[in-house]
Design a protein around this ligand. Sequence first.
Ligand code: FES
Length: 314
Amino acid sequence: MIPLKIVRAEAIAAGIQLFELRDPSGGALPEFSAGAHLTLRTPGGLLRKYSLCNDPADKDNYVIAVKRDPAGRGGSVDLVDHVKAGDALEVSPPENAFPLSPGVKNFIFIAGGIGITPIMAMIRHLASSGLAGFKLYYLTRDAASTAFLDELAAPEWRSKVTIHHDGGDPARILDLWPVLEKPGPAHVYCCGPRPLMDAVRDMTGHWPRSQIHFESFADAEQTRLADNKPFRLRLARSNAVLEVDSHHSIVQAMRALGYETPTSCESGTCGTCRTVLLQGEAEHRDLVLTPEEQAGQIMICVSRSRSPELVIDR
Ligand code: FES
């Protein structure tokens, strides 16, 4: 972790706070690519991941936007309520589990709410580098809750950006089917709440899978925590048995006992933790596996069990 200084902390929409971080001595920071995130330690000691939303061409600052979520696990509230300009925060070097595919000439970005943050870095990168064209569909409740609204509503973005407010009414959600009906050479990047990502996944079932990319902005464990049930996990190679309680993922339960479990996104979107499922009925919560793959594989960072026991090839 590296200690950085908050040089800007300001509200940019209802409940959304922007933080700009710099090296205290003004030096260059570790480089990042569009779609990358930081892990930072909140004042209360919680580790949380936030996507960088500035242009990766910026060498000496990181910018994140945090939505204060009173129903969350405390990280966003701690940051928004207790961090101000001049404070120091410990931050990991950037990592990227949601990178832009190289060589692609056209992108379709779909952002819901605070899911705009990694996509801001992407469109800033593409606009400044001229490497590819894009269209952004940005779905929010209303203007007051729309981060970066002034910037994205500016005339120079008009042909590339569609901002849609639904007022919180499901009947007024933007119909993305005309955008996604005909697969083309574009790659689709979607970040937002689970229902939006599920809808986009359903609407892109006929696209090549390599062209569809998701990132969840919610902490993996926060997702449907209330639905979690404990279960037993058997590791076939060692015949070890672990209890996975309702507050921890399979990955966390394994790590607690010293098992190495490589992960990246920890939100069921990148595919790093793909594991062979040998027995039991999984409750799949990822956006990676196809219905055919779900019978014999599981993403252990987010998915759980419907049966009392799961057996995995580990
Ligand atoms: S770590 Fe990315 S899907 Fe599990």
